[in-house]
Design a protein. Structure first.
Lengths: 405, 244, 181
C-alpha cells in the first residue's frame, strides 16, 4: 500500500468527497475525428456513467435531399463519410438504380469497385493513422497520410477532386477512366503494401501501443448485434458480416478476397481488422484491374436517365428535350420504396428511398453505420478509464458527416 | 430466404399481418400499431427467424394522407440465416408506438432520432430527448410543414459589415425549377408551382422568401418607381411638344 | 520580411528595427493553432499538416488544444447551430492577439447547407480574419491563406480577406514513380 494511504487512514477526520465528478468532453474534440460531446461521470479515473451526445455536425442531409433532384443528392452524399466519399457516391447511385431497375455496364461496375476500394483504403489509412497519433505515435500517421495523398492523386486524376468528388451518376459515372488509370493504380499498390508493412513494424510490437489497445474497449458479439453494429467493428467482435460477401453487389462476386474477422472485440482487433482489410482491398483492386474491360460504355444508354452527348443536345431535338427534362424535372423514378445497402467504410451504408414518382426524392434516409457504432461505444467505454476513451473512440471511426448527417 | 420470414409471420399472426409486399426485391410486412412491439419481439425471439441484428428504424411523413400521417419502418436482419425484413406500421399524429429499445439496444438512438426529426414519441423509452438537434429547438424538421430555412440560432448573429458577402439564396438556392413548394402544396395550392412561375403569374413578389431577397426586391421596385417618375416627368413636356 | 534595417558601419554590423515589427515577425512564424475541426475540411487540414504540403515549414504546425495557449483559431468545417455557442466560447477564451481562419466554404458562408441547422458562416458568431473558399480547399489554398495571414500579422492589419484563386495551380511534388520533385 502506498504510504499516503496509511496516512489517510490515520487522519480519519479528512473528508474526501465520494460524489462522482461530472466531466464534459466537449464538442471540440482534440481527437480530430469530428465533433462529439461526452458527458462523463467519473469515480476517480473510472467511468461510471457516460452520455454520448452526437449531433453537433447535423447538416440536414435528409431534408436537403427533398429539395432538389435525384442527381443533386450526390454532393450531399459525398459529404456523409467524407474520408471515403466514393463509397457513398456508389451507394447512392446503386440505390436509385435499384429503384429504377437498371444495371450499369460492366466497365462501369469495375470502375466503381476500384474507385470504391481506393476510397476504403484511404478511410482505413486515416482511421488507423489517427488512432495511432492520438496514442502518441505521430510517425505512422504521417507515413500513412503520405500514401493517402498518393491515393488522392489517382482520384484527383480521375475525378477532378482529391476528396468529395461527386463523381458518381445515376446510371454510370461522370466521366470514363483516364488513359493512365490502370497503370497509376498498379504503381500505387506496392507503395500501399510498403506503408502497411512499415506501420506494422512501428506499432505491432510496441509495448505501449499493445497495452493501450489490447483488452480495451471490449464489445461482445451479442451487444454488437443488438446495437446494429456492422463493418470492421462488427467483424472485430466475431460477426463475419460483410455486405460484399453476403449480398454481393456490382461485381464483387467475381473476386477472390477474404474478410478478416476478429475474436475479442477490443481496440486491437479493430485496428488489425482495418489493417488487414487494406490488404484485402488491394487484392480486390488487383483483380479488378486485370478483369476490367479497356473499352466499352461507362453509362447506361438511356436518355431518360443519363444526359445525352452534348453534341447531340446541340443538334437534335430529341436530345435537347431529354436534356431539358432531366435538368428541369429531374430523373423520373417509379413510385415506391427501396432500401439499398453497400459496404461503406464503417459498415452497412444503407439508403432507404421513398419516391412519389417525380424527379424529387420524397424521403431519403441514410442508414449511417457509425451512428449505431457510436451508440455501441457506450458499452465499450463504461467501466474503463478516461484514458481509454481516446483509443476506443478512435477505433470506432466516428465520421461526423455520416453520424450526424 | 427473406420470403421465409414473411411466410413465418403470416403463419404466426395470420390476419394481423395487414399487408406484405415484395416490391423491388425488398420483403416487407405491415402490421397495425398495436401489434408493433409484439411482432418485433417475436421476430427476435422466434427460433426460426432469430432477427437479432438491428439494422434501422425510421419514419416517413405523409401529411396529405388522411388515415395516418406517419409510416414507421423497421429493418432487421438475422445474423444466423442472413434473411432481411422490413416491418412497417402507420402512426397517426400524436399516437405513441411502443419502444423497441428493450428488444434491440440500437433502437434507443433510432427512436430518439425519430422523435427529434418527426415528433413521434415512443412509449416506454428510457431517454426520450432530442439527439441531433438541441433542446431549445422548437419543431420537428423532417416534417413536410417545417420550412427548410427556418433557423433557430442559439447565438444571435452578429452584424458582418467588414466583408462583402452575398446573402444566402434562400429556400430555392437560386434554382427555381425542380422544387416542390410544400408550403403551398399543404395549403392546397398547385404543388409544382416553381417560385419563378409564381413570380410570373403574380402569385408572389420575389423568388426567395429570404430577408435579403425582399430587401433587394424593395430596392429594385424603388428604383423602377423612380425611373417611371422620371420617364413621366420627361414625357409630359415632349408630349406637349410633339403634339401627336 | 519586416522593416529590418541593416546598417553597415566599418566592420561592425548593427541591426535597427522597431520592436513591434520584431514582435509581429516572431508571432507570424510561430503560430499555435487551435484546430476546431468539425467536418470534411478536417481531412484537407490533416493533409496540409502532412509531409507533402507541410505546414511545419511555416512554423505553424503546433496544435494546442487549449484556447489559452493558441493564437489562431482554425474553424475547419461546417458550424451547426448547436455548435455555435461552443465556437463563441472558445474564441472568447483565447487570449489576445488572436486571429481566426475560416477554412472552407461552410465556415466562410455556410456552404451549400442552406438550411435550419447550419450557421451561414462562422463570422456570424466570431470575427474572421482570413476566409478560405473551397469545398474542401486544396492544401495549396490553405498555405496561401497562412501566408496571407502572416502578411497581415506583419502589417498589423485586421481587415478580413478572402484567399484569391490562383490561375495556375502548383504541381504537387514527389508523385510516386515520377521523376518530378
Amino acid at each position: 500500500m502506498e504510504p499516503a494511504d496509511d496516512l489517510l487512514n490515520e487522519m480519519a477526520a479528512l473528508e474526501i468527497s465520494a460524489d462522482p465528478m461530472r466531466l464534459n468532453m466537449g464538442p471540440s474534440h482534440p481527437a480530430m475525428h469530428g465533433t462529439i460531446r461526452m458527458v462523463i461521470d467519473l469515480d476517480g479515473e473510472t467511468l461510471i456513467n457516460l452520455d454520448v451526445q452526437p449531433g453537433y455536425l447535423h447538416r440536414g442531409f435528409e431534408k436537403s435531399c427533398e429539395r432538389g433532384t435525384w442527381s443533386q443528392v450526390f454532393p450531399y452524399a459525398d459529404r456523409l463519410n467524407y474520408v471515403s466519399p466514393m463509397l457513398n457516391n456508389v451507394g447512392w447511385a446503386l440505390a436509385v438504380e435499384k429503384l429504377l431497375g437498371i444495371e450499369v455496364p460492366e466497365r462501369c461496375q469495375y470502375y466503381r469497385v476500384i474507385l470504391g476500394e481506393l476510397a476504403r483504403i484511404a478511410d482505413h489509412f486515416t482511421c488507423n493513422g489517427a488512432s495511432a497519433m492520438e496514442l502518441g505515435a505521430f510517425t505512422p500517421f504521417l507515413w500513412l497520410l503520405k500514401v493517402r495523398d498518393w491515393v488522392w492523386d489517382i482520384l484527383e486524376r480521375e475525378t477532378g477532386a482529391r476528396m468529395t468528388h461527386s463523381f458518381g451518376r445515376i446510371g454510370g459515372m461522370a466521366a470514363p477512366p483516364t488513359a493512365t488509370f490502370k497503370d497509376d493504380v498498379l504503381r500505387l499498390i506496392p507503395e500501399v503494401h510498403k506503408v502497411v508493412k512499415e506501420t506494422e513494424i512501428m506499432l505491432l510490437r510496441n509495448r505501449i501501443f499493445l497495452d493501450r489497445m489490447q483488452g480495451v474497449g471490449v464489445l461482445t458479439k451479442e451487444q454488437a448485434l443488438s446495437y446494429g453494429v456492422t463493418g470492421p467493428m462488427a467483424r472485430s467482435t466475431g460477426i463475419p458480416y460483410d455486405v460484399r460477401k453476403d449480398h454481393p453487389y456490382l461485381v464483387y462476386d467475381r473476386f477472390d478476397f477474404d474478410v478478416p474477422v476478429g475474436e475479442d472485440g477490443d481496440n486491437w482487433d479493430r485496428f488489425m481488422v482495418r489493417l488487414e482489410e487494406i490488404r484485402q482491398s488491394v487484392r480486390i483492386i488487383e483483380q479488378a484491374v486485370e478483369q476490367m474491360p479497356d473499352d466499352g460504355p461507362i453509362n447506361v444508354d438511356d436518355p431518360r436517365i443519363i444526359f445525352p452527348e452534348k453534341s447531340d443536345v446541340y443538334t437534335t431535338i430529341e436530345a435537347t428535350i431529354a436534356h431539358f427534362k432531366l435538368v428541369m424535372e429531374g430523373l423520373r423514378t417509379p413510385k415506391g420504396e427501396v432500401y439499398s445497402f453497400t459496404e461503406g467504410g464503417n459498415g452497412e451504408l444503407g439508403f432507404h428511398i421513398v419516391s412519389d414518382g417525380s424527379g424529387t426524392p420524397y424521403r431519403v434516409r441514410v442508414r449511417p453505420p457509425c451512428w449505431y457504432n457510436l451508440a455501441a461505444s457506450r458499452e465499450m467505454l463504461l467501466g474503463g478509464m478516461i484514458a481509454d476513451i481516446i483509443p476506443t473512440f478512435g477505433s470506432v471511426n466516428m465520421i461526423g458527416g455520416e453520424c450526424d448527417r | 430466404m427473406s420470403q421465409a420470414v414473411v411466410d413465418r409471420l403470416d403463419a404466426q399472426f395470420g390476419e394481423r399481418v395487414l399487408e406484405s409486399s415484395d416490391a423491388f426485391g425488398d420483403h416487407e410486412v405491415r402490421v397495425a400499431l398495436k401489434d408493433w412491439a409484439e411482432v418485433a419481439q417475436f421476430m427476435k425471439d422466434d427460433v426460426d427467424l432469430q432477427m437479432d441484428h438491428f439494422i434501422d428504424l425510421t419514419a416517413v411523413d405523409y401529411p396529405e394522407r388522411e388515415l395516418a400521417r406517419f409510416d414507421l419502418v423497421l429493418m432487421m436482419r438475422s445474423s444466423v440465416t442472413g434473411a432481411r425484413i422490413r416491418l412497417r406500421t402507420h402512426v397517426k399524429d400524436g399516437e405513441e408506438p411502443g419502444t423497441l429499445s428493450g428488444i434491440w439496444s440500437g433502437a434507443n438512438w433510432a427512436e430518439r432520432e425519430v422523435w427529434d426529426m418527426f415528433g413521434i414519441k415512443f412509449n416506454g423509452h428510457p431517454d426520450m430527448r432530442r439527439i441531433l438537434l438541441y433542446e431549445e429547438f422548437v419543431g420537428h424538421p423532417l416534417r413536410k410543414d417545417y420550412p427548410i430555412d427556418k433557423a433557430q440560432p442559439l447565438v444571435p448573429y452578429r452584424e458582418v459589415d467588414t466583408i462583402d458577402k452575398l446573402p444566402p439564396f434562400g429556400i430555392e438556392e437560386g434554382q427555381p425549377f425542380a422544387r416542390i413548394d410544400w408550403e403551398s402544396r399543404l395549403a392546397g395550392g398547385d404543388s409544382q408551382v416553381s417560385p419563378a412561375l409564381g413570380v410570373q403569374q403574380g402569385q408572389r413578389r420575389t423568388l426567395s422568401d429570404s430577408e435579403a431577397a425582399q430587401k433587394i426586391q424593395a430596392r429594385i421596385e424603388a428604383q423602377m418607381a423612380k425611373q417611371a417618375e422620371a420617364a413621366q416627368a420627361s414625357e409630359e413636356p415632349s408630349d406637349e411638344g410633339s403634339g401627336e | 520580411m519586416g522593416q529590418l534595417k541593416v546598417i553597415d558601419g566599418g566592420g561592425e554590423v548593427a541591426v535597427t528595427t522597431r520592436l513591434s515589427d520584431l514582435l509581429q515577425w516572431a508571432r507570424k512564424w510561430s503560430l499555435f493553432q487551435y484546430p476546431f475541426v468539425t467536418a470534411c475540411c478536417g481531412m484537407e487540414f490533416m493533409a496540409t499538416a502532412a509531409p507533402r504540403y507541410d505546414i511545419a515549414r511555416f512554423g505553424a504546425e503546433a496544435p494546442r488544444f487549449s484556447p489559452r495557449q493558441s493564437d489562431v483559431l482554425w474553424v475547419v468545417g461546417t458550424i451547426s447551430q448547436r455548435q455555435g455557442p461552443a465556437v463563441r466560447r472558445i474564441w472568447e477564451q483565447m487570449t489576445d492577439p488572436k486571429w481566426v481562419i475560416a477554412f472552407g466554404t461552410c465556415a466562410s458562408c455556410g456552404g451549400f447547407y442552406d438550411n435550419y441547422t447550419t450557421i451561414p458562416g462562422v463570422d456570424k458568431v466570431i470575427p474572421v480574419d482570413v476566409y478560405i473558399p473551397g469545398c474542401p480547399p486544396r492544401p495549396e489554398a490553405v498555405l496561401d491563406a497562412l501566408m496571407l495571414l502572416q502578411d497581415k500579422i506583419q502589417a498589423n492589419d485586421r481587415k478580413p480577406i478572402v484567399v484569391p484563386p490562383r490561375l495556375v495551380p502548383e504541381r504537387a511534388p514527389g508523385r510516386t514513380g515520377e521523376g518530378d520533385s
